[in-house]
Design a protein around this ligand. Structure first.
Ligand code: GLA
Length: 402
């Protein structure tokens, strides 16, 4: 009798554990369960800097729905710096009442009503980069407020952090966000200073790897204080070349938000910029005025073939597999066994560039189908290699399928 009772108790206990474990309400939110593919969206900074308001954000959300970007996969509408002005008597963060008269909750509701997600910006220091109140010492309070407002994405900057340890600072905000129980994608903006790719998997969903991008092809201009240097598209690209092994589902390298459409580069250069952000499994965060794009810019930002490469569920970051002066080949393995390949010409005149099968891990005798992702057409079946003429400052981007 006593033994039966014990057995019944044990069985009951095991059943209870199984029920608790299976109940999703008890499931702990984990950082890596968010952003299984690179986040796609829009951020105010590159085009509008501090000139943000609820009217701007609402009109951008409207545009993303009507211009095809939402259907192409863009989801997060993120207000960068300058939405916040002070803290109230209880320490809660206060939004600029002139620019956001309806409040942040109403704005988040509006963005959600469009079937999009809503993001905000803060900073791990006492002040943001534009001198607004940062989150240092208010991490849990801010995370709670974001969750109450319905925030889905937080970009978290690194200005005025003094001697603060980056891993500690970002871990604190990560824990604060997770403690709210709301799935909030965590975008770390530490500029690569403390090599976050080495420690931030499980802390952030994406981490900036470099200083800020500028809307130029290439730059070596020094900053006014003499420090080096403004970063153009190719400068940022070169800084990514060795980081491919650190990215994967839920944890991405972030080479910064895109400049596509902001006017400083040519259409082929923007096509190259977008192709590379896709191949690098980078977050596709547009940074232009999406309310008034030319058809060429819209066509770049919404190219379904290129976006599919970025959003491929295998989540591997592409890498450089060959370099010969100004001519390069980059490749990204995809979940169906095919490869996305970029033939890249940095030079000033048209050149022929080849990728051979051995470089992308295929046997030489394999006949593989090649699809041009900008021409949107199958170009045929090739054995051993594929070559194309590539114009100056341009890419040819193909998918090669066995
Ligand atoms: C830093 C970041 C930028 C932007 C600004 C805002 O420079 O790297 O992306 O958020 O701050 O002040």
């Amino acid at each position: 009798m006593n033994r039966d009772w014990k057995r019944a108790m044990t069985l009951g206990f095991v059943l209870l554990i199984m029920i608790l474990a299976a109940n999703p309400a008890n499931a702990q939110l984990e950082r890596n369960s968010l952003a299984q593919t690179p986040p796609m969206g829009w951020n105010s900074w590159n085009k509008f800097a501090c000139n943000v308001s609820e009217d701007l954000i609402k009109s951008v959300a409207d545009a993303i729905v009507t211009n095809g970007m939402k259907d192409a996969g863009y989801q997060y509408v993120v207000i960068d710096d300058c939405w916040q002005v002070s803290r109230d008597e209880n320490g809660f963060i206060v939004a600029d009442a002139q620019r956001f008269p309806s409040g942040i909750k109403a704005l988040a509701d509006y963005v959600h009503s469009k079937g999009l997600k809503f993001g905000l910006y803060s900073d791990a220091g006492a002040k943001t980069c534009a001198g607004r109140p940062g989150s240092q010492g208010h991490e849990y309070q801010d995370a709670l407020q974001y969750a109450r407002w319905g925030v889905d994405y937080l970009k978290y900057d690194w200005c005025s952090t003094g001697t603060r340890n980056a891993e500690e600072a970002y871990s604190t905000m990560n824990k604060a966000l997770l403690a709210t129980g709301r799935p909030i994608v965590f975008s770390m903006c530490e500029w690569g200073t403390a090599k976050p790719w080495l420690w931030a998997n499980g802390i952030g969903n994406l981490w900036r790897t470099t200083g800020d991008i500028s809307d130029v092809w290439s730059s070596n201009k020094k900053w006014p204080d003499g420090s080096c240097c403004q970063l153009g598209f190719v400068n940022i690209l070169d800084l990514q070349a060795d980081l491919y092994s650190y990215a994967g589902p839920g944890h991405w390298n972030d080479p910064d938000m895109m400049e596509v459409g902001n006017g400083g580069m040519t259409i082929p250069e923007y096509r190259a910029h977008f192709s590379f952000w896709a191949l690098l499994a980078a977050p596709l965060i547009s940074g232009n005025d999406v309310r008034s794009m030319t058809p060429e810019i819209k066509e770049i930002l919404t190219n379904p073939d290129v976006i599919a490469v970025n959003q491929d569920k295998l989540g591997r970051e592409g890498r450089r597999i060959a370099k010969n002066g100004d001519l390069e080949v980059w490749a990204k393995p995809l979940s169906d066994g095919s490869r996305a390949v970029i033939l890249f010409n940095r030079g000033s005149s048209e050149s022929e560039i080849s990728v051979n099968w051995v470089q992308i891990g295929y046997p030489e005798h394999l006949a593989a189908k090649v699809r041009d992702l900008w021409a949107h057409k199958d170009v045929g079946s090739f054995t051993g290699n594929y070559s194309a003429k590539v114009s100056s400052h341009s890419v040819v981007m193909v998918e090669i399928a066995p």
